[in-house]
Design a protein around this ligand. Structure first.
Ligand code: ATP
Ligand code: MG
Length: 687
């Protein structure tokens, strides 16, 4: 049965159309695997959305479509686009159909959901709680103390490093020796202690019924190694589609293979020139090896027309990526002419950088570009500090993607820990945090309480029967009562109860209890949007809300606001105007890496990803001086900076070069020769 022709196909170019229509017929036949590998802004995500809509229009059951994207925001955006496209054929039914796209999300989110569903079959408790990276580091630390590894003579790796090593081993499916040798050579001497630590860490997680981020993939992959379960999970879906496939790791590709061993109904899209997550063990080999994993081989579609950027922006981005060691196959072109080259702007320091950007942003807004259509991108979250100060001073609202300000606040974390402790009383990291709130309960008595709870099959019952620690008195009985009540109260009413219990502690611990109380009320509002405590905790942990300039830190939904984002969090997105901060050596490439050639190449791709976010207007800002924060234990200091090495002299013709504010001396004159750091010299006189 031939596929239903639909008007939305007319907007696509022939290659996009081939990808959308590949293997789609009106009788639900499921086609051979498909790979769309193409450059930035060539319409990969758009093509994927059209493909999902086209499947639905051709009678595919949306409840049997699994769609995995890089973030929850991207999944929601995709569902919105699918509805918009399908509406042209299905009219008002399109909304009902896209609402049924219930399996759209991130790998981690989908993993969490499936693991709860199959918990019994794989012998885990479905009420597990999820540790974010910081919780993981805290648990690693607890275990490290218990093993006495924190008191060794030579300095043992920090908790953060331990978690990073552990995570690498798990995600790349490689041995600890290999990971240490390649990425953490300074920890090589510790491999046997680390093995012991990781074994104890895994045991602790299992005893406490917690899963960390990596476990969501690891357990899922393990679960799929059981043929019967893999069959069962795989048979729930007719189509599996993945965006940004270049940034998946080995575990993720093995999950996909187990879901669709023949590749039928599998679509992946991505761009090898944009792979920027190798520090999380993502490997571009997944996308490059994809076609040969199946028989018959996957159909490959490449797209080379860029619809996003003007010609000069694309030319500059192409110029940068053409200097990469690796050869990427694409040669992007665009039909969006413009006379405006991207700007390479030299400024004195970060304060001027912030002022320059604020002026341009306001200028653009004056001429009709909303704040939301403008974004400031940076290599590392801390780089936006001076800009955030300037924006706040000038009353320009902004949202910072991937920033965790709100959830990071101590009082919000306390509340979340309490809710987590109620959800899963074996979660020791949460337990410690909550018990520490009680006056008179120190680390030793907290440990005794948690140990006692851990030994029984009814931890809350055990808690209720415990005598109060000597100096905790009425606070103890109030706590025990709150936990017992909350355990059985209804969501979302229990979050208000939890707050009422917590408030006296808030007043005691913090001077600014009033503003913090407002945050907790906001948290309640966010919580009431979720159907259950478990869903609230899971989704908040996996995909925390973005930080904003609003005091309460809650998303400013309807207002206009400027976007601040790390380049990593900006992938897949586009804005009319894009400003990139600190386009200097030391920031881009970052001097935090070991400086291997592979790392440098990844930094180059990162610059490329940033530049290709811009549609009409791109500014790369080069401060001549910037501030570093204790990197490499050198302490805070100003350093003199040079333009990133990824834009060597021979590419300068692709940019319009300016200085701001106009200096007395020409920038060329200022840029030559060694520069003096007079501050350092003055300080040195007294050493
Ligand atoms: P990235 O690599 O950054 O993820 P992408 O390849 O996924 O980019 P999209 O985000 O899908 O690209 O598309 C980029 C822009 O081009 C979007 O604004 C999209 O609407 C537009 N676009 C894509 N295809 C077409 C088309 N056939 N006609 C007009 N506009 C298109
Ligand atoms: Mg995309």
């Amino acid at each position: 049965l031939a596929a239903i022709a639909a008007p939305y196909l007319d907007s696509l170019n022939p290659e996009q159309r081939r990808a959308v229509e590949h293997g789609v017929t009106a009788d639900g036949h499921v086609g051979a695997p498909l790979l769309v590998i193409a450059g930035a802004g060539s319409g990969k995500t758009n093509t994927l959305a059209h493909r999902v809509a086209h499947l639905i229009v051709n009678n595919a059951d949306p409840r049997r479509i699994l769609l995995m994207t890089f973030s929850r925001r991207a999944a929601a955006e995709m569902a919105r686009r699918v509805e918009h496209i399908a509406r042209k054929v299905l009219g008002d039914n399109a909304g009902v159909m896209t609402d049924a796209l219930s399996w759209a999300g991130t790998f981690h989110g989908i993993g969490a959901r499936l693991l709860r569903e199959y918990a019994e079959q794989i012998g885990i408790d479905p009420a597990f709680t999820i540790h974010d990276r910081e919780d993981s580091a805290d648990l690693m630390n607890l275990v490290r103390h218990e093993l006495g590894l924190s008191k060794t003579e030579r300095r043992f790796p920090t908790k953060g490093t331990c978690v990073a090593i552990y995570s690498r081993c798990v995600n790349a499916e490689t041995s600890i020796e290999q990971v240490l040798g390649q990425f953490f050579p300074w920890c090589s001497g510790w491999s046997s202690e680390l093995k012991q630590l990781f074994a104890a860490y895994v045991e602790a997680k299992q005893k406490q019924n917690v899963l960390d981020y990596d476990d969501l993939l690891l357990y899922w992959a393990q679960m799929m190694s059981d043929a019967a379960i893999a069959d069962d999970v795989g048979s729930r879906f007719d189509h599996v589609l993945v965006d940004e496939y270049q940034d998946t790791n080995r575990l993720q590709s093995s999950i996909l293979l187990a879901l669709r061993p023949s590749g039928r109904g599998l679509t992946v899209v991505g761009d090898d020139a944009q792979s920027i997550y190798s520090f999380r063990a993502a490997t571009v080999r997944n996308i490059l090896e994809f076609p040969d994993q199946f028989k018959p081989r996957a159909e490959i579609v490449t797209l080379d027309r860029n619809y996003r950027s003007t010609q000069p922006i694309l030319a500059a981005a192409n110029g940068v990526i053409d200097l990469a060691k690796e050869r990427f196959t694409k040669n992007l072109w665009t039909e969006r002419p413009s006379s405006a080259k991207p700007r390479l702007v030299t400024v004195r320091d970060e304060a001027d950088q912030a002022r320059y950007i604020v002026e341009r942003v306001l200028e653009n807004r004056e001429s009709g570009t909303l704040l939301k259509q403008q974004a400031v991108l940076f290599r590392t979250s801390s780089h936006s500090g001076p800009l955030e100060v300037e924006l706040t001073r000038r009353n320009i609202p902004f949202v910072k993607f991937g920033g965790l300000k709100f959830l990071d606040a101590a009082h919000v974390k306390d509340m979340l820990a309490l809710l987590r402790f109620i959800e899963n009383p074996r979660d020791r990291v949460a337990g410690f945090r909550v018990l520490h709130l009680l006056p008179g309960v120190g680390p030793a008595s907290a440990q005794r309480v948690l140990d006692h709870m851990a030994e029984t099959s009814d931890p809350v019952g055990a808690l209720c029967n415990l005598p109060s620690p000597p100096r905790a008195g009425t606070d103890w009985s109030a706590f025990v009562e709150a936990v017992a009540n909350l355990r059985y109260s209804e969501w979302p009413a229990d979050i208000e109860r939890a707050r009422l219990w917590y408030e006296p502690h808030l007043d005691r611990i913090h001077e600014d209890a009033e503003t913090r109380r407002a945050d907790l009320i906001q948290l309640e509002q966010i919580a009431s949007g979720y159907p259950s405590r478990e869903r609230f905790l899971t989704e908040l942990t996996l995909d925390p809300p973005d930080a904003t300039s609003d005091q309460a830190g809650v998303p400013l939904l309807d207002e206009d606001y400027l976007i601040l984002s790390t380049i990593h969090s900006a992938k897949g997105q586009e804005w009319k105007s894009v400003y990139m901060l600190n386009v200097v050596d030391g920031c881009m490439p970052s001097d935090l890496g070991a400086g291997t050639s592979a790392e440098l190449e990844e930094e180059r791709r990162l610059l490329y990803v940033g530049m290709t976010r811009a549609k009409d207007d791109l500014h790369l800002v080069v401060p001549q001086r910037f501030f570093t924060h204790g990197q490499h234990a050198k302490g805070d200091r100003h350093v003199y900076a040079a333009r990133t090495r990824f834009i060597p002299d021979r590419l300068l013709g692709l940019f319009e070069r300016t200085t701001w504010p106009a200096f007395a001396a020409s920038p060329a004159a200022r840029n030559t020769g060694p520069r003096m750091d007079i501050g350092a010299r003055m300080r040195g006189m007294w050493r």
